[in-house]
Every structure is written in C-alpha cells, then in structure tokens.
Design a protein. Structure first.
Ligand code: GTP
Length: 294
C-alpha cells in the first residue's frame, strides 16, 4: 500500500501555498485507518540539501508555485521538524521519506529536506519535511528560514530522555517568537520507543505526561521508533506486572499530517509572496556526538 521510491532531486524548493486554517486538528490520528482501507497511498521522494558536506554551502530559491500546484494536481506543504539534538529528527524524517533507518547519521547543519507524497482520496499531497539542526550553533543563522511559510510542525523528543521532553517548551517558545500561529497544526512525536524499558520507567517520559503536554499545546501525540517500526501495542514485563505501551507506525505520522493539511481548502493562488531566499552555511561538520542522555 505504501510505496517507497527514493531519489534525489534539485535544491529548488516549490512554493508551498499559504494556508488559512480555521479548524482544529480534527481526527488526525484516525487517518491511518483510512490508509488501511486503501484510501491513502504513499510515495516518497528525497531531497537532501545542506547536509553531507564538510564545508556546507546551501542556497535555494523558487518562483511562484510549481506549475503542477497551480493546475491543482499536487499541493505541497512545508512541515518543520524540530527538537533537541540527538532525539532522532534525521532518522525519523529518513524513515518517513525513505522507509528505512539511516546508517551513520551526523549532526544536521542548517537543514535537510526530504519529500514524501501521499494520495488521499484522489488528491496528491506532497509533504516537504524540513529536518532542522537541533544544535543551537548549527541553526541560529537559519531560524527565520525554517519558519517561513510553514504549514505544520513536528515536535520531536526522545522517550528515554526526559531532558529532551523538558526542552519542548523552548521549541514551543521559538515557534511563538517566530509568529507561528496556533492555527498551524502541531504534532508531538516521542521517538525511540524501541528503547522503552519499564525497569527504568521513572527515568523515561511516560505516555501520560506526553499526552498531557500534547493536549495542553493543541498537538496530536504519536509514540514511535525510527529504528524499529513498532507494533501497535508493546507490552513489557516489569516485575510481576505487564506494562503496555501504545505505539504508532512512523507512516501514521505522515498520514495524519497529510490528512490534516488536506482538510484545509486553501486557495492555490493565495496572496502569499513567492518563496525565495538564499542562505549559506559555512560550518565544519563535526562527528556526531554520542547521545548519552539519561
Ligand atoms: N534506538 C534508537 N535510536 C535512534 C532512533 N532514532 C534515532 N536514533 C539514534 O539517535 C542518534 C541521533 O539521531 P539523529 O537522527 O541524528 O538525531 P537528530 O535529532 O537529527 O540530531 P541533530 O541533527 O543534532 O539535531 C543516532 O545515533 C541514531 O542512530 C530510534 O528510533 N531508536
């Protein structure tokens, strides 16, 4: 049902249409059920820009919308992926777009872009995922580009690292400082669920805590693993007690985001200015720091 077909393409970004969101997030998490019934078809493309260079130089530009967008054949949405360094943003976006866990990831500098397309009830939707740098020093010159014409945000934390969960407030604040309205759909992703260990439950982020944070901030919560696609329900033994965790497949996230964005009938020729701009990042790519949280 989900076809993963990856390829690299140019650095030119299509101009995402500006959305006017009037509804709340509706039933985003029920979208995966539609996928099961064959109503949602997926296809992925990948465009890696800005990463992979010792000396990274990154530029991008685009004109007013792609021809296909103007013809209504495909709408493209910019989805920002943010969260602390090491929570797995790169691995997650790679899994979402390429269907596999990447080997040998390095710290993101600037941003990497990956596309994934889905067909929902006859309409092709393209999600352009912006995998942003978690480390302050690799993102500070880029922040304004990140937030320009964003249609949805994925907030990622590591379920085994409470510090990354506590860090979410700062990401919410950054969104606010960059004038991201609450009408922009937000999704909370607890990653690395494969490392859940009931024996260390008090040192991990409980699903109750994450759910409550998501509710307070108008987000839809998913718990998943970029590494090992989880089963729906994982139970682990803790002493003589069985602990059950609800799990989501990474594709559920894509489907929920696509379904949520599709519901908003934005005008294709909105008054939004063309997405254009350029930036350069001159940084040395360091070794990926070992993630030693908790
Ligand atoms: N066990 C497990 N490890 C993961 C998972 N996702 C990512 N990792 C590991 O976590 C580390 C950090 O992953 P990245 O995807 O590079 O993290 P990031 O958030 O993009 O980090 P920055 O680029 O610095 O912002 C790597 O060693 C990954 O192999 C997961 O679902 N499970």
């Amino acid at each position: 049902m989900w076809k993963h077909d990856t390829h690299t393409h140019t650095h030119t970004l299509p101009s995402p249409p500006t959305l006017q969101f009037s509804d709340a997030l509706l039933d985003a998490k029920s979208a995966p059920e539609k996928k099961k019934k064959g109503e949602v078809l997926g296809q992925t493309e990948r465009s890696r820009v800005g990463g992979g260079f010792m000396e990274s130089s990154l530029e991008f530009s685009s004109s007013v919308g792609s021809v296909s967008s103007l013809l209504g054949r495909c709408r493209t949405f910019k989805v920002l992926v943010i969260g602390d360094s090491g929570v797995g943003k790169t691995c997650l976006t790679h899994r979402l777009c390429a269907g596999e866990f990447p080997r040998g990831v390095e710290a993101t500098i600037g941003a990497d872009f990956r596309d994934t397309s889905l067909e929902i009830e006859g309409e092709k939707i393209k999600l352009q995922l912006w995998d942003t740098a978690g480390q302050e020093r690799f993102r500070k010159s880029m922040v304004q580009h990140y937030y320009r014409n964003v249609h949805a945000v994925l907030f990622v934390f590591d379920v085994t690292c409470p510090a990354s969960f506590n860090g979410l407030s700062a990401w919410v604040e950054e969104c606010r400082q960059n004038s991201l309205g609450h009408e922009i759909p937000r999704f909370l992703i607890g990653n690395k669920s494969d490392l859940r260990d009931p024996g260390r439950a008090e040192r991990q982020v409980s699903q109750e805590r994450a759910t409550s944070f998501a509710k307070a901030h108008g987000m839809v919560f998913f718990e998943t693993s970029a590494k090992n696609p989880p089963r729906r329900q994982v139970s682990r033994q803790r002493g003589d007690r069985e602990v059950v965790y609800q799990q989501d497949e990474v594709e559920d996230v894509v489907t929920a985001v696509g379904t949520t964005l599709k519901k908003h009938k934005n005008p294709l020729t909105s008054g939004s200015p063309a997405y254009s701009g350029s930036f350069k990042v001159y940084k040395k790519r360091p070794e990926k720091e070992l993630w030693t949280c908790c």
